[in-house]
Structure formats: C-alpha cells, structure tokens
Design a protein around this ligand. Structure first.
Ligand SMILES: [Zn+2]
Length: 868
C-alpha cells in the first residue's frame, strides 16, 4: 500500500528527488504503439510518485490498453483520487446532464495557484471586461494573472481517445517534474474536461463493450449506438443557442471562469490535424485571433515533426465561418478556440486502416505532401488506440509548452481582444441593435433576449420606450453583432464546414433593428437579466379568444388544457382577433395559463360571427430510423419544450401495420439522405443488433422499415391519415408513390446551399397552416433540396409556399445557383386516398434555431382535420 501523500510535510522532499519511472508502463506503451515514430519522448514514460495514484492505480490498467475504455464515472473516480492525494488538483462541478450525470472539470496547477483559484478567477474576469481595469493597474494585473488553458474531450462519443488520454495527461501534469512541467504548473492553470457529453460517453462505452470490442477489420465495423445524448448526436457541436442542458452547463462554466483558451479534441482525419482558422473568416472575430491560431498550430507541427511524428498538419480543413461550434464559446467571447482532429478507430482496438482510400478518410489529402503538411500521414497504417493517445497527448503538451512560455502574451491578447470589442462598438456602426417592445408575439422576443443573455451579452431596456437595446460598446458586443446581423459570405468560391446563415431575428420572426446613430450609446436603459413576458387579457365575458400571434405557447395551452376541454379556432379575423385564435371558456385555469405563457387574449360575451372549427387533437406519432436519430432528436426536443406529446415509433411498429387505427398524424423529420436510405436504413451485418439504451428499443435496429413498412405508411394515408415529411424525408412519399404525381429532383453539382436563410412566398395565406403569420413572405432556413415538382394543373391547390429563387430572396448566408429553385414549391399538400401528405422542402424545426417556422408544424398538427 502506498503512503498517503501529505503536502506540507512531504511535497518538497518528494518532488526534489528524481522520480521513479513505471517500467511496466514504458514496456506496454512501446508494445501497443504500432511504429516507433508514433511515440514521442513526452509520453513514452510515466513517473511513479508515492501516494499519488496513476490512472492504473485506480482503473487497474494503463491508458491505451487495447479494448479498455473508461466510463464517465470511472474518470471522475480517478480524478477524485488524484484530487485527494495532491494539492495541485481541484475538481469543479458544473451541473448535471439530461440523464443526471455530473458535468465536471479538473483544475491543475501548482499548489499555491490551486489554493488561490478564486483570486485567479477574479483576475481573468477583470481582463475579460476591460471596463473594470484601471489602465494604470493593467501592467500589474497582467503580471499576476494566469491563463486558464481548458482542454476538452468527449463531445463526440464515438471519438474515444481524448477522454482516456486526458486522465493520463492530468496525472502527468500533476506528477512529472522537469522544466516543462514546472513551467506548465507555474504559469498556467490547466483545466481538463475529459468528457463534455457524459451521457453519450457512457452509452457509447456500453455499446462498444457489447458489440464492437472484437472488431478487427476496418470494413466490418458496426455503427455506434443510435443515441449519444438524450436528443442530439454529432450536432452537440452545432447547438448555437445552447438548447441542451449539458451544453448550457459548459457555457455557464465558461462565463464563470473566462478561460482565454479552449482546446477541443476530436477524432477524424489522419493522424493529427491542428486547427488554424482557415477562410472563410467570421469578420467579427479579432485579427489577433487569426494570428494566434497558426502561431499555435505551427509550433505544434514544428515540435511534433521534430519528434519524428508523421501526419501532423494544419490548414485546409475546418474554416472559421460558423459561430456555432461549442468551443466557439471561447472565440466568441474574445478567447481562442483551438481544435484537434486525431485519427481514431471508434473504440480501443488496433486495426489496419486505409488512409488513402476513396471512402473518405483521405478526402482532405492527409497522405499527400503539401506546404501545410510537410510530413504526411501514411497511405496504409496499422493504427492503435495508444497511437491516438500518444498523438493527442504529445500535441496538447506541446501546446501547453507554448502557452506556459507565453502566458503574458496570451493574457495581454485576451484583454486586447475584449477591449477591441468595446472600442469597435464605440467607433463602428452599427452601434446598437434594438428589439422594439410590443411586437405581436413577445414570447419569441423573450426567447431571443434570454438566449443572448445566456451568452453574457448585456441588454438594457430603454427608459423612454421600453425597447430592448443591445449596445455594442461592451465586451461581447461583437458576438451580439455576429448573432444578429445579416451574414454576408465573403467569397462565392469558398466552401464552408457548416451553416452560412443564422441571423436570429430572421429565424425567429422577431423584429430587430440596427442603429447607426452613435448617440444611442448614451440612451438610458435598465439592465435586463431575464425577460418573462406576462400574458394580457382584455375585455369582459365568459368566453375567451386567445390570439394566434405565432407563439408556441398556443400549442402548450391547448395540450395543457387536455382533450377533455373543448377548444375551437376562429377561421377568420374578427375585430382585431386574428384567424386561428383559440376560442374557449374563460375558466380561471385557462386565464392563469394565458398569463403564465405570455399569451394575449380577449374576453367575449358571445361567439364571434365567423367560421369556427373544433381543435380536437390528433394521435401523433413521430417516426425515427435507427441510423439517423439526430434530426428527429431536434424535433423531439422542440416538441418536448412546447409540451406536444407524441409516440416515438420505429420500423418495428410501422411494419406491424394498423397505423391508422392508432394514429391520426405521422411526422417523419428530416432523415435519410435518400428515400431508399429512409426505407432501408442501417445495413444488416448478418446478425441482429439489439438496442435497449433509452429513447426506443428494438431486437434488431438494422434493416429499416423495408418495403413492408413503406406499404403500411401508404395504407395509413389511403385510410385517412396525415403524413408530414420534413426536408430530405420528403423524398420518401414522392419516390414510393404516396404523393400522387409529384416528383422530386436533386439540385445540380453547381448548386450550393450551406444553410442560408431565404425568403419564401406564402401562396395560400388563409390556410390554417399559416395561422399567426401576418406577412405574405416568410424567412426560412434552407439547405440542399429536395426540389419538388408539382404538375401545373395541381399547383394552385397543392402548393402552399414557394421559393422566389432570386438573388434578392437570399436574406442571410450564401446560396449559389438560386435559379435552380426559382418558383419551386417549398411546402406542398397532396391528397392521397382518404388522407393527405404534407411535404416540406425545408426543415421547419432545425437545431432550435428557426423558431419563426415552428408554428407551421404546430398548426398543421393541431388543425390536422380542418384543412386540405
Ligand atoms: Zn468530433
């Protein structure tokens, strides 16, 4: 048994002596590393310190042992043991996940720094807000403060190396001596978050142990589990508005600690790609950042190539356009997002990999020599889990070396970037964004205001007219600009990794004005912490008309009241009460709900003299494939938030048939890149692949609904059901003959629509789907296809919305080839037998962003049997 480490007494003696090294570790690591050049002198050994547990002392095995992946609880247990034994470690708990697991970060530095962690936190908070720094004190502050360098892993659950690696790295930074480690501990505060998505990590490890642990061949690999987090898969890195609880925890922790650097570790291209901020560039980010990124990347390349490690490169992969990646919380707040992609096998197995294959891992030419890749990756390689750990850990240590040697520059730049943001707001229009009060739906105003507040953006309420004013002369003024302005794509010849448009006002149908008048900076405002609009009830009478103003709360109200309460809808406007408004008895409960949900209602003595129909709620199912649960997840999340209940159904239920007996509406969210993909889904590998890990279960998730399933969905429609398909899922009813004469085609290869916001024309404004919309034009989020073609004779009846397809109709972001969608349908309703198919060419429920479109879907569902 090792003696317990007692700091005050032993640490000086302990670290003064040359550390013993773990001979078994060195031997094993050499054995598990498939080529000598895949190892570096930084990680080929491990010190042994009496009383300080190495990962093996807690886990029972060395990091990088084939077929061993730690769960999030094991990782936390390890760091708890490390914290208990060393004054250089402190664990920070930052909240719980959807499934109740801990979100946590480990702070590591020298003893004195850890003891004074709150002092350093306060210093960074000051540097993050130069308004709080007296210029005379800046020099002293920069001399005292220390940068937090935050290394994160495990956001993407199939990218298995970084979480394990960070345990070894944590131990190494605590336990190893020598100038490099002394400098890291003295000059930096290292934050390690091994697992950003604990729910997904544990689901993945369980699945790996059950199905993937014996995989030997690259081509025989099974897919991962159908879910990572509760709703979202890979898009947890695209949750721009922090809709997911876990991601919100990390944002709150960021705004508490202000780490000038976040370094997010991923896995994909061989062997190690280090991000340096390629064009297209988000112009709101500081030029200093664009200098810092290649500074780090080139240093890492220089060191690692010096160690003889091939395949370390930068440039030519991920660009700097979208502001929505999780780690961008750093860049967006005047820090620095750094990112790696390390080569991984999706588990902890060793296997031969074809880097130079057509299938994709070399899409970015990792095995070719370029100016930014002087020592390329190999075309064929036997790759191990330990190789991945060696690369990731060597890279991060190299980055820490650079950061520790330049701590003051990093802090100075962090301060300057924050200062520049304030100055930009004082000197460059627009000087402010204004969100007027009294918009017809204040609940979406609240969503916008509160989402900006989550990001730490300061908002004031005008004392003159109670509009919300976001002055730009604040540390996060440039972030506000980035989120609220129209995105102007800089170069039509450039490609980008994600969306090009995200203008919040457009996507949520909230009016946001820009002010180019500098005087607005002097406007008197009261700070807004959170905005909660109160409902308004006017008039007298025993009936109540709840105005349809597009608020999602209308659906919440209807569902909370329940099916036993009679609710009707006005089909036409009546004395200022819009069409689609809900008519019900003005019970105390209904009134209380209107107040709580921020809705508007008029009390009436008598039924309005317009056509009225009953809002009798449908039995709703949402269909999910097993191979593509993510887009369904975003819709599930939105429906859960709005409290619209549904049955989540999969292929087994569809194949069983009798769908019409159980459901009135079946919604198929965007999934499956083709109709065939939606129908046949995951390819069977010859044996059943069962899943029981939550959010659905099946004895075999492979095979898809098949033709039997497609036939059952066709029957469902013929027998009177409503089938709703979103975006690419709209290929399915077209290609499987459920949608009459309609055809779907794909855009040409010249067409490029990376998530712009475009305008559509509403052709049938009186249709119940458009309740709550007042303009004949609507801004929608768009991406590639499908292009729907409706026979000329049916267009007038069946096309509800269409794309003008002009250059002017691209409202934000980038679309190349607008003429390909000119006058093409955006929303089509087609009768089929006794039922109907409603097909969206777009995705009206996208990543919790396009709140202005959600109501189309909610209207279609609530009024399912009252329209054609
Ligand atoms: Zn990733």
């Amino acid at each position: 048994m090792r003696p317990i480490f007692v700091c005050g007494l032993l640490c000086c003696q302990l670290f003064a002596q040359p550390a013993r090294r773990d001979a078994d570790f060195a031997l094993r690591i050499k054995e598990w590393t498939t080529k000598p050049e895949f190892l570096s002198p930084l990680v080929d050994h491990l010190p042994v310190i009496a009383g300080v547990p190495s990962p093996k002392d807690v886990l029972g095995y060395h990091i990088g042992t084939p077929k061993k992946l730690a769960t999030s609880a094991q990782m936390l247990a390890y760091f708890r043991a490390l914290e208990k034994s060393s004054p250089r470690v402190k664990i920070l708990y930052v909240g719980k996940t959807d499934e109740g697991r801990d979100c946590w970060t480990v702070a590591i530095a020298d003893e004195v720094t850890i003891r004074r962690l709150d002092d350093y936190k306060a210093m960074l908070a000051k540097l993050a807000d130069p308004r709080r720094v007296n210029p005379a004190d800046l020099d002293a502050l920069l001399g005292q403060a220390k940068p937090i360098y935050h290394v994160t892993g495990g956001l993407h659950s199939s990218e298995t190396g970084p979480p394990d690696m960070l345990m070894e790295l944590g131990y190494r930074i605590v336990a190893e001596d020598g100038p490099l480690f002394d400098s890291i501990r003295k000059n930096l505060i290292v934050f390690l978050t091994p697992v950003l998505e604990p729910d997904g990590r544990d689901r993945y490890v369980a699945w790996y142990n059950q199905f993937k642990i014996n995989e030997e061949n690259e081509d025989d690999r099974l897919p991962g589990p159908p879910y990572w987090g509760k709703y979202i898969y890979h898009d947890n890195n695209r949750d721009m508005h922090y809709s997911q609880i876990t991601m919100r925890n990390w944002l709150a922790a960021y705004l508490e600690w202000h780490p000038p650097i976040i370094h997010d570790l991923h896995e994909s291209v061989p062997f190690l790609y280090t991000f340096s901020g390629q064009p297209p560039h988000n112009p709101n980010l500081d030029p200093i950042l664009y200098a810092e990124l290649p500074w780090f990347a080139n240093f890492e390349m220089t060191k690692m190539i010096g160690y003889g490690m091939p395949g370390v490169w930068t440039h030519a992969f991920v660009d700097m356009w979208s502001a929505g990646y999780l780690g961008f919380m750093s860049s967006n707040h005047n820090g620095m997002l750094r990112m790696y992609e390390v080569y991984g096998n999706g588990g902890a197995n060793t296997m031969k990999r074809k880097v130079d294959s057509a299938e994709g891992t070399d899409r970015f030419g990792a095995s070719t020599r370029q100016w930014f890749r002087p020592l390329p990756a190999y075309k064929d390689v036997e790759w191990s889990f330990r190789n991945n750990i060696n690369y990731g850990q060597t890279g991060v240590l190299t980055a820490l070396e650079l950061a520790a040697g330049n701590a003051r520059t990093i802090l100075d730049n962090f301060y300057k970037k924050s200062l520049h943001s304030i100055e930009a707001g004082k000197n460059e229009a627009p000087y402010a964004f204004i969100i007027p009060d009294n918009q017809h739906d204040m609940t979406r105003v609240a969503w916008l205001v509160n989402t900006l507040r989550l990001q730490g953006i300061e908002i004031g309420r005008s004392e003159a007219d109670s509009s919300f004013i976001i002055k730009r002369d604040q540390p996060y003024g440039r972030l506000a600009k980035s989120l609220l302005e129209k995105q102007v794509y800089p170069d039509p010849n450039l490609r980008t990794y994600d969306d090009t448009g995200w203008t919040m006002g457009l996507l949520s149908q909230v009016e946001v004005k820009t002010s180019n008048d500098k005087a607005i900076l002097a406007t008197k405002t009261t700070p807004v912490d959170r905005f909660q609009p109160k409902g308004q009830i006017t008039g007298t009478g025993s009936l109540m008309a709840v105005h349809h103003n597009g608020a999602h709360g209308l659906a919440t109200l209807r569902y909370r009241l329940g099916k036993s309460i009679k609710v009707e809808a006005l089909e036409a406007v009546h004395e200022g009460i819009p069409a689609g408004s809900l008519l019900l008895e003005a019970s105390p409960r209904a009134k209380a709900l209107v107040e709580e949900l921020g809705l508007r209602a008029t009390l009436l003595a008598a039924r309005p003299p317009v056509a009225i129909h009953e809002v009798d709620l449908p039995r709703l199912a949402m269909y999910s494939t097993w191979g593509n649960t993510q887009e369904v997840g975003w819709v599930r999340h939105a429906f859960d938030q709005v409290e619209i209940p549904f049955d989540l159904i999969f292929k087994d239920r569809v194949r069983q048939g009798s769908l019409r007996r159980d459901f009135d509406v079946i919604l198929i969210p965007n999934q499956g890149r083709t109709a065939k993909g939606l129908v046949f889904d995951l390819e069977s590998k010859g044996r059943p692949l069962p899943y029981q890990g939550g959010y659905g279960e099946s004895n075999d998730i492979t095979g898809g609904m098949g033709l039997e399933g497609a036939l059952e969905l066709q029957k469902f429609v013929k027998e009177g059901g409503l089938l709703i398909t979103l975006a690419s899922a709209s290929n399915f009813p077209v290609e499987y003959g459920i949608a009459g004469q309609i055809d779907a085609s794909r855009p040409t290869s010249q067409f490029y629509a990376p998530g712009p916001i475009v305008e559509v024309d509403i052709l049938q404004p009186k249709h119940p789907i458009f309740y709550g919309y007042t303009s004949p034009k609507l801004a929608v989020r768009y991406a590639n296809g499908p292009i729907l073609n409706v026979p000329e004779k049916d267009r007038k009846q069946q096309v509800l919305m269409q794309f003008p397809g002009t250059e002017a109709s691209v409202l934000s972001g980038f679309l190349k080839g607008t003429s390909e969608i000119r006058n093409k349908p955006a929303l089509v309703s087609v009768p089929s037998g006794l039922g109907r198919v409603l097909m969206f060419a777009t995705n009206p429920c996208y990543r919790w962003q396009n709140h202005g479109e959600f109501a189309l879907l909610f209207n279609a569902i609530q009024h399912f049997n009252d329209w054609k």
